[in-house]
Design a protein around this ligand. Sequence first.
Ligand SMILES: CC(C)(COP(=O)(O)OP(=O)(O)OC[C@H]1O[C@@H](n2cnc3c(N)ncnc32)[C@H](O)[C@@H]1OP(=O)(O)O)[C@@H](O)C(=O)NCCC(=O)NCCS
Length: 170
Amino acid sequence: MSDFTVRPARADDAPAILILHRKVAALPGGLARQPEEVTADYVAHAMAAASDGGVNLVAVDADGVVCGELHVERMKVGIFTHVLTDLTVAVDPDWQGRGVGSALFRALFEAARALTPPAIRIELWTGATNLGAQRLYERLGFKIEGRMVGRGRYPDGRVEDDIVMGLLLD
Ligand SMILES: CC(C)(COP(=O)(O)OP(=O)(O)OC[C@H]1O[C@@H](n2cnc3c(N)ncnc32)[C@H](O)[C@@H]1OP(=O)(O)O)[C@@H](O)C(=O)NCCC(=O)NCCS
């Protein structure tokens, strides 16, 4: 049985979040960033953006080690301020498929409703070949809203479309 908990991220989680994202980025077909693009600066900016009206959550194992992270930021233009966008989620490969991602999203939905003002739309992009992630997001209530053709270009020259997914909270 998996033993983890989800809590809001703290500033002192930054080094662990960096390690986690580097580990996940090293695996093909997951995060958009290559491992060398996962820097302390990237993590600092992501955490700062999320802390400015968005949501930043971590999953920690029984020893308090970060095994998953999710961050999303709030849009700033008036008519879009109910929207959380640019979502990134990463689960340690040793923990994938054990409910961590689902738990992070459930906590996100709760946190989004509790924000002031509440966020009622959440949107994300995922690689067209990342069918596992799309399956999870659809199960959580996200709908496919569009396709951004040729958006991703990998170092090996491979081009991949991005799938736009969105969810409206009740
Ligand atoms: C996608 C991801 C966040 C899901 O978190 P998780 O804790 O593995 O998910 P859960 O255990 O809650 O749910 C399991 C579902 O997640 C999906 N999933 C599981 N492992 C996955 C993986 N390695 N890559 C993509 N999706 C995966 C599947 O839909 C799975 O359901 P299934 O067993 O019916 O196929 C996580 O696997 C991950 O970090 N993958 C690599 C990075 C990535 O793809 N990030 C998302 C970019 S948009």
